[in-house]
Design a protein around this ligand. Structure first.
Ligand SMILES: [Ca+2]
Ligand SMILES: [Ca+2]
Length: 342
């Protein structure tokens, strides 16, 4: 069995950091207090007895939205089966499968792009947490030889492909001097959960809950691994931006990209949503277990490979502290149909 669940702690030379589970869960904070709990109390039947919306009411409420619905899809209320009874990473609490009812909501078709985030920053002057802290996590493949030498002591001991680099942020995603000119239609990266919340709020939106995100990922399919079904490459095509080759040494980029891909590059699922699986991880509104500082992220990224981080499945989940950021983590926004005009 080559799938391994690796739980570990690692220490950067200068500052102690905690990482759990094969490098997917980089956290800016040193502590990582995972509490045992009964699975998904929040998504128990009792906690989710939301009446399905009357379609006529939904239509009337749409007239009073607080946000622009361009590039969003309306996902109608439904009860769906969340999680799985065949967890690949039981320590992530992927299971059990349970019915969850979600009220109607809007969701962005695409991960938030660099262009959209740039528009937001130009309007508001917003500074991301990576800018304030002065650093963010980068995948070492994207470091120059000089940077590799400079930051050799800043590697995660058991996930040495992650390096905390000074001066990395959304507009210089590969270090000081890099830019996003050729990547305006790629997902914004190096944004924390706090940054994502601020962006969505600015547009009258919010982050999706984990249940909303997963229902959207499944696109109406029941208990399939991926947004498009169970086969990874149906019709001999690539349907998501993940890792081909041997992690972490060789990424052949057979799917066209060894880093991020344009937010609209791969086919949409049945709900019209692109890149729910792969490309970049996406923040959700929810806390991980009962830890308010840890937030759930979904969907996996271009760094995920079945042998190491098979988390580009709809049921998969992971977490980061809400102030952490990395080169494979972004987000998309949701919107309530209950919102009134601002
Ligand atoms: Ca790829
Ligand atoms: Ca994604």
């Amino acid at each position: 069995m080559y799938l391994m669940i690796i739980k570990f702690f690692f220490v950067l030379i200068t500052v102690p950091y905690t990482i759990q589970d094969c490098g997917c869960q980089l956290n800016r904070n040193a502590e990582c207090n995972i509490e045992e709990h009964s699975d998904h109390d929040k998504y128990s039947k009792e906690a989710n007895e939301i009446p399905l919306d009357n379609k006529k009411e939904v239509k009337e409420k749409q007239l009073n939205l607080a946000f622009n619905t361009a590039d969003m899809v309306l996902i109608e209320s439904a009860t769906f089966e969340m999680g799985t009874n065949k967890p690949v990473f039981p320590s992530d609490y992927e299971g059990p499968a349970r019915n969850v009812t979600v009220a109607s909501f809007y969701l962005d078709k695409y991960e938030v792009s660099n262009q959209k985030f740039k528009d937001f920053v130009q309007k508001t002057g917003y500074k991301t947490e990576a800018e304030i802290f002065g650093d963010s996590f980068m995948f070492d493949t994207f470091l120059s030889d000089d940077q590799k030498e400079q930051y050799k002591d800043y590697r995660a001991v058991q996930a040495p492909w992650w390096v905390k680099v000074n001066g990395v942020y959304w507009e210089e995603p590969e270090g000081p001097g890099s830019n996003i000119e050729e990547k305006l239609n790629h997902p914004v990266i190096h944004v924390s959960w706090n940054d994502a919340v601020k962006y969505c709020e600015h547009l009258g939106k919010r982050l999706p809950t984990e249940a909303e995100w997963e229902m959207a990922c499944r696109g109406g399919l029941k208990q399939k691994l991926y947004p498009w079904g169970n086969k990874l490459n149906p019709q001999g095509k690539h349907w998501a931006n993940i890792w081909q080759g041997e992690f972490p040494k060789v990424n052949t980029g057979e799917d066209g990209y060894t880093s991020t891909a344009p937010v609209n590059h791969y086919p949409p699922n049945k709900f019209g949503l692109h890149n729910m699986a792969g490309n970049v991880w996406e923040w959700t509104q929810d806390s991980w277990l009962n830890s308010p500082d840890l937030k759930v992220k979904k969907g996996g990224s271009y760094m995920c490979h079945e042998s190491y981080c098979w988390r580009y499945r709809c049921a998969a989940r992971s977490q980061n502290t809400k102030d952490s950021s990395a080169g494979n983590l972004g987000f998309r926004c949701a919107g309530d149909i209950e919102n009134k005009l601002r």
